[in-house]
Design a protein around this ligand. Structure first.
Ligand SMILES: O=C(O)[C@H](O)[C@@H](O)[C@H](O)[C@H](O)COP(=O)(O)O
Length: 249
């Protein structure tokens, strides 16, 4: 693999500390941008505690909600409202209570065709940013949140899937998921995810330690290839922290 930008590992005690640390990074990114802020949310279960924390009074008061826009890095092709739907989880955890509805940019899943849904979201992102070109000096997102799946996938970019190598699209349809739920997905591509000031992974729990060890060893896995053009941080709790791991990679 070609040399990649480095990333910083941040050890936290547990999931509660991870949520607090992630929330502070989010606030730092918001403070660095006096204008419209674009955040790309993660699916799965890892970010739920962070999302719930953002809805609590202290954070709610510190966040300038009207100038924040919320996107999602991947979606499962199930109807909005389904418990498996990533944006539904984020809406229930904090967005519906805190964010203006017009600032919530969900991937529409009212089609059974992931490629059609991907094209629509790509148009939405391009209309929001007023360009169809990625420019490393003007990243799409202030912050991209991600998780790592047990097979080394991130967003809905699964090992071995052609979607991982797509360079000329912002968003792709993914027909087959390697892990449950086995539904078609829509995912931002690696170049689109990379277009951010900060990419922040949340990795917690002992069951994540084996895959994290492989990712940090440099295996050719999507979760290893996902790097910000600027800053990439991995928040890792004590249970997931690999033995013998000491620093940045
Ligand atoms: O829609 C999804 O499933 C994801 O966005 C996915 O990439 C997730 O982040 C990882 O699989 C980690 O999932 P957990 O947080 O549930 O471990």
């Amino acid at each position: 693999m070609a040399a990649q930008p480095g990333r910083k590992l941040v050890r936290v005690a547990d999931k509660a500390a991870m949520a607090r640390t992630a929330a502070e990074h989010l606030l730092t990114r918001i403070e660095a941008n006096a204008g419209r802020v674009a955040i790309c949310l993660a699916g799965g279960s890892s970010p739920k505690q962070l999302y719930e924390l953002l809805a609590t009074a202290p954070y709610r008061a510190r966040i300038p909600w009207p100038r924040l826009h919320w996107f999602v890095g991947d979606e499962r092709l199930v109807p909005a409202g389904d418990p498996l739907h990533n944006m539904t989880m984020a809406r229930a955890a904090f967005l519906d209570a805190c964010a203006p509805a017009a600032n919530i940019h969900a991937i529409e899943t009212d089609t059974m065709d992931p490629h059609a849904a991907a094209r629509r979201y790509e148009h939405e992102l391009q209309a929001f940013h007023g360009t169809d070109r990625l420019d490393p000096t003007r990243p799409l997102f202030d912050l991209v949140l991600l998780g790592i799946g047990p097979d080394g996938h991130t967003a809905s970019l699964f090992p071995g899937s052609p979607a991982v190598d797509v360079q000329d699209r912002w968003v792709v349809g993914v027909e087959t998921a390697n892990v449950a739920p086995f539904v078609p997905r829509v995912s931002l591509t690696l170049p689109t995810l990379a277009s951010c000031w900060t990419m922040l992974f949340e990795v917690a729990g002992a069951d994540k330690r084996p895959i994290l060890t492989r990712v940090l060893a440099g295996e050719n896995l999507p979760a290893n290839r996902a790097r910000s053009d600027h800053e990439t941080l991995l928040l890792i709790d004590a249970a997931a922290w690999p033995e013998d791991e000491s620093g940045d990679v």
